[in-house]
Design a protein around this ligand. Structure first.
Ligand SMILES: [Cu+2]
Length: 262
């Protein structure tokens, strides 16, 4: 509660702990989130009021008085069987509706970025139309030097998720989206960032010893800055399409730590 008073918190509590959205899916996903909280709140109030009311109204008032014992009350039993089914059906309906909408992928997104999650860092490969002078460029992170993901504001991006080792999960909280990165599977999703800013990305699947170091920075910038960044990557020699930076597989002190642990 106190943390929510901080200037940085930006009234997060008003959004029920969600960060401020940075993608065009935000409104719809937030509607689902808020609707679920309202439904849960209303259900809680009704149930809690009934519990309090009935335990006061029908309490045992003296030692020689036993309240009326009710059993096999068909209407009540019907109610508490049918009501949860209706509630779950409503949640299910709205979830599927929003899910179908946001997981739909366009044939030609403005950008396609291959995201490689490997123990314990991320690599971002900018390919296809984003190639600089015909060459794909990339940004490979390492646990002690996390990668930067650049995205142009207002343009659609498809992330193609790849893992050479174990299951990771690609999560950018401000996009309200995360998806598992599964070895051998080709998971993908699309977003259109709608607000410039710098955000934190994380791995959301406990993937091993240095899972907590699997961070990355997300920079949503103007299309001009985006192009400039890709040219910078090319100038720095980050050219080609590696399936993960080789240095990401080795961590200083890892072998010693593993020996110690075994
Ligand atoms: Cu991971």
């Amino acid at each position: 509660m106190l943390a929510s008073c901080s200037k940085d918190s930006d009234n997060e509590w008003l959004r029920m702990a969600l960060p401020k959205s940075a993608s065009t899916d935000g409104e719809q996903l937030f509607g689902l989130w808020l609707g679920a909280w309202i439904a849960v709140g209303v259900t809680f109030l009704i149930v809690f009021t009934l519990i309090i009311w009935s335990s006061i109204r029908y309490r045992r008032r003296s030692d020689d008085y036993v309240p009326v014992q009710v059993r096999y009350h068909l209407p009540i039993e019907m109610l508490y069987t049918v009501a949860p089914v209706i509630a779950v059906a409503a949640f299910f309906f709205h979830t599927v509706e929003v899910q179908n909408d946001i997981t739909e992928e366009s044939k030609n997104p403005d950008h396609v970025i291959t995201v490689v999650g490997q123990k314990w860092a991320w690599t971002f490969d900018y390919m296809g139309e984003d190639a600089v002078n015909g060459k794909d460029v990339f940004d490979a992170g390492a646990p002690d030097d996390i990668a930067d993901l650049y995205l142009p504001v207002g343009e659609s991006v498809r992330f193609e998720l790849r893992s050479p080792d174990v299951i990771h999960s690609f999560w950018i909280p401000e996009f309200y989206r995360k998806l598992d990165v599964v070895p051998g599977e080709e998971n993908s999703f699309e977003v259109t960032p709608d607000r410039e800013g710098t955000f934190k990305g994380r791995c959301a699947e406990l993937c091993g010893m240095y899972h907590s170091r699997m961070l990355f920075n997300v920079h949503v910038v103007s299309p001009e800055e985006y192009d400039a960044h890709l040219r910078e990557l090319e100038a720095d020699g980050n050219v080609g399409a590696p399936m993960g930076g080789a240095e990401s597989h080795t961590i200083k002190g890892l072998e010693e730590a593993e020996e110690e642990a075994s």
